[in-house]
Design a binder for this molecule. Sequence first.
Ligand code: ADP
Length: 301
Amino acid sequence: MKIAILSRNPKLYSTKRLVEAAKERDHEVRVVDTLRTYMSIASHKPTIHYKGESLRGFNAVIPRIGSSITFYGTAVLRQFEMMGVYSLNESVAITRSRDKLRALQLLARKGIGLPVTGFAHSPDDIGDLIKMVNGAPLVIKLLEGTQGIGVVLAETEKAAESVIEAFMGLKANIMVQEYIKESAGADIRCLVVGDKVIAAMKRQAKPGEFRSNLHRGGSASVIKITPEERLTAVRAAKIMGLNVAGVDILRSNHGPVVMEVNSSPGLEGIENATGKDVAGLIIQFIEKNAKPHKTKTRGKG
Ligand code: ADP
């Protein structure tokens, strides 16, 4: 097969591993810098150009689109889809999961366990917003944040009010969330491929920190997840329409709750923690499923 990887940087661990895994299985693979492509969207013959050359003949594309370039990245991916190229994760599914509020609303609608979450643009009554999520302690999140930056634990209602006011003064979009204290600074990353969790790791925050992000000094270890957690992760990915997803779960008193469904999960942490060949399993999934003109969500923008 001829596979394109949409990635800004061929030196990133995940990109390198996917290239390696594809080559090991005798595929032709090419890393395409998403932001360097340009396109013609003529209806009879959509094309993608890259550094003066027309990209054609690909059987599959693996999108590794960072959150800062979602807008352009999903447009490039849509163009591949219009050309009939199979996409590992479809553009519509990526857009869906990148919008944190939309994603939580979709998950809630299908009965997936979630932390009680409130969101607001500019409420007159911040006190009532705080009450809605059962008061302090609570977590306040910037919608645009990643890697734990912009995630604040407010221990008291006074602190929560001040932080919410400050964020709103900056015109930031925020989410207010029940603090799952019993998770004790740990979360579980489930790597879903197709309808299976192929690897799972526990991330534990460093002492004195509640955010378990590896970028925030958290540490990763392999974990055995329960059948309920497994089912929750697979269902969450499916609701988003993602074939490959990193589903982040907290263990709460009322069962697993999903924090986020990530459409470009990093491979380094999970491969190192579990010893699994995640990249290889992703390529195998493509081998089984890549067929031309398979995009299910065509036309649904
Ligand atoms: P980001 O997308 O920036 O990583 P997250 O929403 O995943 O932000 O939050 C970062 C970390 O903070 C999580 O991995 C988790 O450890 C912790 N955390 C987030 N929300 C909650 C919550 N409601 N209760 C307890 N811990 C949380």
